[in-house]
Ligand binder design. Sequence first.
Ligand SMILES: Cc1ncc(COP(=O)(O)O)c(C=O)c1O
Length: 463
Amino acid sequence: MKHTKPTRRSWAEPFKIKVVEPLRTTTRQHRMKAIKEAGYNTFLLRSEDVYIDLLTDSGTNAMSDYQWAGMMLGDEAYAGSRNFYYLESNMRKFYGYKYLVPTHQGRGAEHIISQLLIKPGDFIPGNMYFTTTREHQERAGGTFVDIIIDEAHDPESLHPFKGNVDLQKLEALIKKVGAKKIPYVSVAATVNMAGGQPISMENMRAVRKLADKHGIRVILDATRAVENAYFIKLREKGYARKSVAAILKELCSCTDAATMSGKKDLLVNIGGFLAINDAKLYDEARNMVVVFEGLHTYGGLAGRDMEAMARGMEEMVKADYLRARIGQVEYLGEKLLDWSIPIVKPIGGHAVFLDAKKILEHIPQDRFPAQALAAEIYLDSGVRTMERGIVSAGRDSATGAHHHPSLELVRVTIPRRVYTQAHMDVTAESILAVYENRKKVRGLKMVYEPKYLRFFQAQFEKI
Ligand SMILES: Cc1ncc(COP(=O)(O)O)c(C=O)c1O
């Protein structure tokens, strides 16, 4: 093999491997049976039938020796565990909110905030929907309204902050329905469904200002806010010399509360929280968490889980970690771009998103091209990815019709600190093999559709 001289210096993972988990390879015949039995839904595969698992970055992180050591210090008291107080103090240190309500994961926090703030008939503007977030908003009687900038819906747009809120869209909604019917603006950092795209600090400040003018709260989905802060450092004027930790705190300071899935940025396998500044709202949340999650000092988590989250906060803001984390996603994305495979640009923070609409342009959206593409990649190599298109978008709760999102994507999601560059090479080569045979891929029909969050459990057959 000919080796060309590098054009830039490489980074490497800032850790070495102490424990390994063997991976299982399978035959194509085995995978053919497995994916058919799973109804062509990668969520329904058994993980032992998967080779490289890029389904999600949620709860799939590798914890450090420091976090594992902390697990042994779990104080498994029902009430007042010391791990809770450590998590609370680190939340204040890194995110800057006053009060902490732990939850078993992100959607537990979304449930509580939605039930407390949304009344039937309300509207919740947000920078693109997220599946569980919107579901909880709708269950509380609200209607989600997308106010993200138009560029976010265009996979080719190179806008550096495709997660930005379109302030004119927000203002128009306020004018149309009145501020009283908008309990809060729901802002995500980074925006998962747009391709892991960040929001800029400038935009976040402008959202805060506009919301203040009308007395509306701003609630942050802080699930991947650290990765957002890293993009601000790289891309926004005036932030290059600031630490990611300082940028994160500044970002959160523009908002009133945050829902958090600890299963991403916090480098753990389970956990989440609701963080709040308002004492009255905190009081209500602290009371409600007891009904759905557990006492307010554990919220459905073991003491050891809270300890691992607290320690994860200390690791998530480290520059060498973030460089390798975002660098690995970029490495895979650039490889696909070099081979002219259509992906969402710029490359996102937690995943590379394949543009299934372009790759399988012969399959209409109602035949689920992204679902078919994810199944085909699995069939080729055992690499598991997931659909982020019409299936994930679900149905309009008022009319019952499919939502038709402009983005029809397959998310190739990278767990944190889990896979090596060689795994990225194998993944890229599998995607290339499927891409080269794309004309042969057929669409799917949905044969089973669950009522809520259908992408998790829907089943399909080949047409
Ligand atoms: C942006 C975003 N918000 C919220 C959630 C929900 O978090 P959880 O899966 O921990 O309930 C997720 C999880 O995938 C997410 O990506």
